[in-house]
Design a protein around this ligand. Structure first.
Ligand code: GDP
Length: 522
């Protein structure tokens, strides 16, 4: 279904989005097992623990039992390579989570059958929508008492404003679960396992294999569903307007092959990536990619960082020189890392859709474009997001001001936090999207930079980047709102608001100014 010139191996690069506890970890394990990457259930979390124990600053992960960092898992299935980018599943999430979604071509949205759409599902979905990322839905935990199938489908359609197409229909849930019916291929997938081809929903063998209640309900519901929901339309799915819905259980292994087949058959190959002067095709022969994440201290032996690059075009080979956008610096990539499920291996080559880890000493920043031909393209759509929490940084020991500046500078380049310099006073303000980022900040300041800092409550709740067609308007506004003005790392003016109400009020009174909730990297 995916046309591409011969020679370039295909990829499915995707993420799983879900609310905590919906079953993302369990599903990840099952996908990796099906793909033959790992062989024991429970290894994903177990592996995580040994990795965590090795890294000092990740103490915070252990304390809270969560994964702060996104990782990349690669597995093979049916001769095709899948790259699964993990998004931190905790309720407090950071810009990292958002940016990870800029590096995928599609997403699987996992929903708990008893709970439906939850807060974080919706938030992550909105980020996918910004980039029209196609979404396959997996309704998990049908082995338990769930909500009515129609009400789940209608909720997805209504709350996310998407067309839904049920591809699989559950035959009962919880205690009366008898299996799944594959509506697209007319197959019965009995709870005990296997798949039995049917001529259709009226196949008499269904009466033999299912209970009288089960089969009556299946026929009635499936008929209603086929009449009531949109037919599957590949183009609409690929545009992010329609989601095919699969049902199953990650824990009990129901419906996993169907989901993985959907990723193989429906999910897109590496897509065009938005860039200036024009979008980059995966078939462009010159190598290009962008950094969507920087992680410090993966190896506590030395203070290297690893920058995660999504390869967008060309055939990457080890030792290749790539040019960094902005600085124009040429960087020789001698020891790139490909992330396999079992261990990290040194990559000799990689293809569009692959993720490469590039060890460096802090040269590479989130949002950087790397190109074989210097200055060829610059990828767009990797914005900073307006912070939802703003804190003033107070130093316990004033002689450490220089270290603090350096640390905040580093951490903002890594994308952990954003730093703002208020127009009045010398106290710096840090902005984050989730509470967790603040804890990471304090922990890393202490352990890595040996700076003892406190975060004080600030009068502000949120911030917006300011631009105007008319410079005088901007100057005027800044003069009248000096106590709420700041500049960001690049010197761009920022307005800090006490709350959403104040922001709205100010915005309405200044129609000549643009208050942006995102900022593209220059
Ligand atoms: P995550 O927070 O989204 O990564 O969720 P986990 O994969 O850790 O699952 C949360 C809880 O739900 C765990 O106790 C799992 O064992 C359980 N769980 C996951 N999938 C299923 C399922 O299909 N059926 C049932 N009954 N429980 C499940």
């Amino acid at each position: 279904m995916n046309d591409r010139p011969t020679g370039r191996p295909d990829r499915r690069t995707f993420a799983i989005i879900s609310h905590p506890d919906a079953g993302k970890t369990t599903l990840t394990e099952k996908l990796l097992m099906t793909g033959g990457a790992i062989h024991l259930a429970g290894e994903v979390k177990a592996r995580g623990q040994t990795r965590r124990a090795r890294s000092d600053w990740m103490k915070i992960e252990q304390q809270r039992g969560i994964s702060v960092t996104s990782s990349v898992m690669t597995f093979e299935y049916d001769g095709l390579t899948f790259n699964l980018l993990d998004t931190p599943g905790h309720e407090d999430f950071s810009e990292d989570t958002y940016r990870t979604l800029t590096a995928v071509d599609s997403a699987v949205m996992v929903i708990d059958a008893a709970k439906g759409i939850e807060a974080q599902t919706r938030k992550l979905f909105e980020v996918c929508r910004l980039r029209s990322v196609p979404i396959i839905t997996f309704v998990n935990k049908v082995d338990r008492e769930g909500r009515d199938t129609f009400s789940l489908l209608d909720e997805i359609a209504d709350q996310l404003a998407l067309d839904v197409t049920p591809m699989i229909w559950p035959i009962g849930m919880g205690g009366v679960f008898e299996g799944l019916y594959d509506l697209a291929e007319n197959r019965l997938l009995p709870a005990e396992g296997g798949a039995i081809a049917m001529s259709g929903l009226d196949d008499p063998r269904l009466d033999e294999l299912l209970s009288a209640d089960g089969v009556a309900k299946l026929r009635e519901e499936a008929e209603l569903a086929q009449a009531g929901y949109a037919e599957f339309d590949l183009a609409a799915y690929r545009h992010g307007d329609l989601t095919p819905v699969y049902f199953g259980s990650a824990l009990r292994d129901f419906g996993i092959p169907e989901l993985i087949n959907a990723l193989r058959d429906l999910a897109p190959s590496p897509r065009l990536q938005p860039a200036a002067p024009e979008a980059v095709s995966p078939d462009d022969p010159a190598v290009s990619g962008f950094i969507f994440k920087v992680q410090a201290n993966m190896n506590p032996q030395h203070r290297d960082r690893v920058a995660f690059m999504r390869l967008c075009s060309g055939r990457f080979k080890r030792g290749m020189k790539l040019n960094q956008s902005g600085t124009g610096k040429a960087i020789a990539v001698h020891s790139p890392i490909l992330f396999f499920a079992q261990n990290r291996e040194v990559a000799d080559e990689a293809w569009p859709g692959d993720i490469i880890g590039i060890p460096n000493h802090g040269t590479l920043r989130v949002g950087d474009s790397l190109t074989e031909v210097a200055g060829a393209v610059s990828f767009t759509g990797l914005p900073n997001f307006a912070p939802e929490i703003l804190r003033r940084v107070a130093l316990a020991d004033p002689t450490k001001t220089k270290q603090l500046r350096k640390a905040l500078d580093d951490l903002s380049e890594e994308g952990v936090i954003q730093v703002f310099h208020p127009a009045i006073g010398s106290q710096m303000v840090v902005g984050v999207v989730g509470q967790l980022q603040l804890e990471v900040l304090i922990s890393r300041l202490q352990h890595e930079y040996k700076v003892d800092a406190k975060l004080d409550v600030s009068p502000w709740d949120t911030a917006r980047w300011l631009t105007a067609d008319n410079d005088a308007d901007l100057k005027d506004f800044a003069g009248n709102h000096r106590n709420a003005m700041a500049s960001d790392r690049d010197g761009q003016p920022v307005f800090m608001a006490k709350d959403a109400w104040e922001l709205n009020y100010v915005m309405q009174r200044h129609p000549g100014l643009r208050f942006s909730a995102t900022k593209e990297r220059a």
